[in-house]
Design a protein around this ligand. Sequence first.
Ligand code: CO
Length: 139
Amino acid sequence: MQLGPLNHVGVATPSIEDSIVFWREIMGATFIHDTFDMPEQGVKVCFVDTPNCQIELIEPLDEDSPIANFLEANPAGGQHHLCFEVPDIQVARIEYEAMGKRILGKTRIGAHGTPIFFVHPKDMGGVLTEIMETPKQEH
Ligand code: CO
């Protein structure tokens, strides 16, 4: 494995609207992207730019959302996952599987429109880890 760039920090929130106010007024964020729904993941998503990475605000779309349990345990929200980029998602998946890491579900298209998968926090030092293929036209 080769450690790639930290693409974003996922932060679960009960209200993206309230979180946007926090990131703008308390943290000084100046570029906050439009919020959009990802119905197939059961979440609403909003990216906040920081100078070297993004914060991904995620709010459940309904009570069946994969982050509903997290918010039940952490009603005010909190840090949910870290996302690292890899050059090739299929190669990365094979490597994680070969290391015996538990991958959660299948590879799917993530919030940046590139393939992603999640690795179980119990196999990752307690951190739910999203692995994302680097967008081809990023720069
Ligand atoms: Co993410």
